[in-house]
Design a protein around this ligand. Structure first.
Ligand SMILES: Cc1ncc(COP(=O)(O)O)c(C=O)c1O
Length: 456
């Protein structure tokens, strides 16, 4: 074993095709349904929101999809991203486990989100679209899309979840620096926003509400399209550049992972990181565990129900087969704003349901405890979202120490926490409230899931 701590690929090692897990899933995926007819959604229904090229990717069963040259040219600004061995954390924990992490926080916007933002802006520009709308939770996705729109000469309108808008003014200013317009959500500028504000003028918002607002604006204007930062198949596949690079890098380290860990909001970073490894597991070539981590305040995979549900609060989207807490559910305002989503990507939900992935939920103080340990050992202050993954990494490493067992742990550090200082300040001064979803709130959320039967 070498003493190396950085595993860098050469500039020309950027993947030239994205990996699509659809043909390799262990059971056929269920189709999204039209909420009115209950029939599978046809591509033409998505046309008011997305360009044809992205709709075709959404329904594609091709294993590989070529990455356009102009997208690769922009990826070159920060890709290939590095993989590190966290030797200092291993030492601090006195563990025999070997801990590796892929680092996506070095992208210009500070997370994995530009991997799909750049692709989505490119395809929309190609289709003659002038403006993109979107939602953002933590502000990372909005930042990535604002940057991508600027690169391709598109206008950008971002609905930022009210809780994050108030917690993170610098994220808003970051987006405005790239020329984006940022509105707090719920806003009084859309019908779906007004409806929520009528019921609760102090609503802290949710990703589900912001999606309704952003898609409503796009549906009303033929020159404006909508973009989603997670959940959909095409978004997940754009993120597979992370896992494809990580596979080469872990090979470079002469290792095979025993456990592959990531955080899950809608599922894009964990899918993008883990699916290239999952392909090996599904083919019988990798005997690794896969652990998806989420907040106890929004425990979709650990306590949600596998059901057909809307992707937004305003009930404007198709019904997706996924783990859900109910589309009306508004999570407590935890600082991991990017994980406050009631549902999860259908393919990731399927893999959990079929037993190929485990899921774990943690509270705010548990994850900030892990984040601070990581920062003090490795020098990187993580975003609250990947701090969920770090909690599981540390728990696995301590378990390995107690069992006197060697183990290779691999995780994705999908964003830095430089805009999350308020959260760190609250944690360090003992002001961080613990939120755990109550049984009553869970029952209430699930009561709003449409009564559509799920086969299987
Ligand atoms: C840094 C970071 N990690 C993770 C997420 C969660 O989203 P996803 O599950 O799509 O990766 C977000 C979402 O905004 C994020 O900003």
């Amino acid at each position: 074993m070498s003493d190396r701590i950085v595993f860098n690929l050469a500039p020309d090692d950027i993947p030239t095709a994205w990996y699509n897990i659809m043909p390799d899933l262990p059971v056929p995926p269920l189709p999204p349904l039209h909420p009115g007819t209950g029939e599978p959604v046809t591509p033409d229904l998505l046309a008011p929101l997305f360009p044809e090229s992205l709709i075709m990717q959404e329904v594609s069963t091709d294993r590989w999809i070529d990455i356009p040259g102009p997208v690769i040219d922009i990826y070159r600004l920060w890709r290939p991203s590095p993989m590190y061995r966290a030797r200092r954390l291993e030492q601090a924990l006195q563990t025999p486990a070997r801990i590796y992490f892929k680092y996506e926080g070095g992208s210009p916007a500070g997370s994995h989100k530009p991997n799909t933002a750049v692709a989505q802006a490119y395809y929309n520009k190609e289709a003659g679209i002038k403006r993109l709308t979107t939602e953002t939770g933590a502000g990372q996705w909005g930042s990535a899309l604002s940057m991508a729109c600027q690169f391709f000469g598109l206008d950008c309108l971002v609905f930022m979840v009210r809780a994050s808008f108030d917690q993170k003014p610098y994220r808003r200013i970051f987006m405005e620096t790239f020329g984006a317009e940022v509105r707090p959500s719920p806003s009084s500028t859309t019908e779906s926003g007004k409806k929520i504000l009528e019921g609760d003028p102090n609503s802290t918002g949710s990703l589900g509400i912001a999606i309704s607002e952003a898609s409503e604006v796009a549906a009303q204007d033929p020159t404006t399209n909508y973009t989603l930062g997670s959940v959909l198949n095409h978004v997940l596949l754009h993120q597979t550049v992370i896992g494809l690079e990580a596979k080469k890098q872990i090979e470079m380290a002469g290792e095979q992972p025993d456990v592959i860990i990531g955080c899950v909001g809608g599922g894009s970073n964990y899918a993008g990181f883990s699916y290239p490894f999952m392909a090996d597991r599904l083919a019988g070539n990798l005997n690794a565990r896969f652990v998806a981590c989420e907040p106890a305040a929004c425990p979709t995979l650990t306590r949600g129900k596998f059901a057909y549900d809307f992707a937004d609060t305003g009930e404007t989207t198709p019904l997706f087969p996924m783990y859900t807490l109910g589309h009306t559910f508004i999570p407590a305002p935890v600082h991991a704003g990017g994980l406050r989503y009631h549902g999860d990507a259908p393919s990731l939900s399927l893999l959990v349901r079929e037993g190929h992935m485990e899921a774990k939920a943690f509270t705010q103080n548990q994850i900030f405890d892990a984040a601070v340990q990581f920062a003090r050992a490795q020098g990187i202050v993580p975003a609250p979202e990947p701090a969920h993954a770090i909690r599981q990494v540390i728990d696995e490493a301590v378990e390995a120490r107690e069992a006197g067992q060697e183990k290779v742990i691999l995780f994705n550090l999908c964003g830095h926490g430089h805009f999350d200082m308020q959260a760190y300040d609250d944690y360090l001064n003992g002001r961080l409230p613990e939120f755990e979803l109550s049984e009553d709130a869970l029952t209430d959320g699930l009561a709003h899931v449409p009564p559509v039967p799920v086969p299987g």
